[in-house]
Design a protein around this ligand. Structure first.
Ligand code: CTP
Length: 400
């Protein structure tokens, strides 16, 4: 089940050219099982039709505060009360100003005032307007009052100028909705997650690597962020884009990963090593490409430093979680690794199966804990697996 499943979301659409992007937001929210109720302002209706929004949301679109039919069907107070989250996409400078000043002269501004749910604003406007002292101050005051603002991106704007003001990427806006609707199991906690393979260079062209896609580690990092942690993701070479609202540090080799993970682990409450760190590297990386006739066909390898073992030696109260990719004797191998590396938990998966693990969106794992217990997590999306792993880790080792 996704974070958004079964959630009631009120989506305010105000009068800016980015209003059409509300369509994408509705589709994404609905795809994950949310029930979306749109409030369209009078200015918003100049940019997008209620019929479009109604068709996509499959719910009536509310436009007027004193519309007798809408009021009898649901009513503005009930709309405000039933919302788990209120999103305003796009939010114009005018809407922000009215909310900041406590003006409630239309349905949307009234519902904002009447709701106890979190409110997310995604501003979109011309760069000059966005930079104006009034908008800056309004945004600051709204943040202080607990509103969440997803800052606009920089880019080409509809008015022809280039600069900040373009509505944030819709994926980013929806991710903030997931964050706002997730339980804060890791609030105030600092978490480090490693992900992906490492690449060990032989020369400027050739290198040794492995089949890790980074997806499981990215899911662990994104989920920890949703649960309220301050997250640093240390990622080896993977084409996956940096997830929003957390810090991503890109590395290449096991040595670089060791440096970045060790630095980030300073003061961390939990470190999760989901990366498939190379166990060996070529004993030297040639500065120039090795000519094939000069290559003696035997690659001399030296072991890399074991990052988890090194963290395990100075463990303290920090929770350490490892991953074990096994093709056979899953339990025996995984539990032995957990003990040897002084871990609190190890997530074991069977990489001999082609339907799970490397490159796949799904996974099925067994998690072993240092207290001798274990849990089986049946086949599910990597996000759902990550959420279950974090829940178990929080319950056992990181109580709120
Ligand atoms: N790990 C690490 N540093 C390394 C190698 C691995 O921190 N240099 C971490 C991985 O991120 C993972 C766990 O250790 O969390 C995996 O343990 P490891 O013994 O490396 O597993 P395998 O490589 O699968 O070991 P083996 O080849 O012996 O099965």
């Amino acid at each position: 089940m996704t974070t958004l499943a079964g959630r009631e979301i009120v989506l305010g659409v105000t009068g800016g050219i980015a209003a059409y992007k509300a369509c994408e937001i509705i589709r994404e929210l609905r795809r994950e099982g949310a029930n979306v109720h749109v409030i369209l302002t009078a200015a918003g209706a100049h940019f997008i039709t209620p019929l479009t929004l109604q068709t996509l949301s499959r719910n009536p679109v509310y436009m007027n505060m004193f519309d007798l039919i809408s009021e009898s069907e649901i009513g503005h107070i009930s709309l405000a009360q039933r919302a788990h989250l209120l999103m305003i996409v796009p939010a114009t400078a005018n809407t922000m100003g009215r909310i900041r000043n406590g003006i409630a002269d239309d349905l949307l501004s009234t519902v904002v005032m009447a709701t106890a749910a979190p409110v997310l604003l995604a501003p979109a406007m011309n760069s000059q307007m966005y930079a104006s002292p009034a908008v800056r101050e309004n945004a600051e005051v709204l943040r202080e009052r607990g509103f969440t603002i997803v800052d606009p991106d920089e880019g080409e704007l509809a008015c022809g100028t280039v600069g900040p003001g373009r509505l944030a990427d819709t994926g980013r806006i929806v991710e903030m909705a997931r964050i706002l609707l997730s339980e804060k199991l890791l609030a105030g906690k600092k978490v480090v997650v490693s992900a992906g393979p490492t690449a060990e260079d032989m020369d400027p062209v050739r290198y040794l690597t492995n089949r890790s896609s980074g997806r499981m580690g990215f899911a662990m990092a994104v989920t920890a962020r949703r649960f309220g942690a301050d997250v640093t993701l240390v990622a080896g070479p993977t084409p996956l884009p940096a997830p929003p609202f957390l810090t991503t540090v890109r590395v290449r080799s096991a040595k670089e990963m060791m440096g970045e993970v060790t630095a980030a682990a300073e003061g961390a409450d939990a470190v999760v090593m989901a990366a498939a760190v190379a166990d060996f590297r070529p004993d030297s990386a040639a500065q120039k490409k090795i000519k094939k006739e000069k290559f003696d066909r035997t690659l001399a390898l030296v072991p890399t430093d074991d990052i988890l073992s090194s963290l395990g030696r100075t463990k303290g109260t920090r929770v350490l979680v490892g991953f074990a990719a096994e093709t056979n004797d899953l339990e025996e191998n995984a539990v032995e690794k957990m003990r040897r590396k002084n871990l609190d938990a190890i997530v074991a998966n069977d990489v001999s199966r082609s339907d799970i693990g490397f490159g796949s969106d799904s996974n099925e794992v067994r998690v072993y804990f240092s207290d001798g217990t274990a849990i089986d997590l049946a086949m599910a999306a990597k996000d759902a697996i990550a959420s279950a792993v974090w829940r178990a880790v929080c319950r056992k080792f990181l109580p709120a």
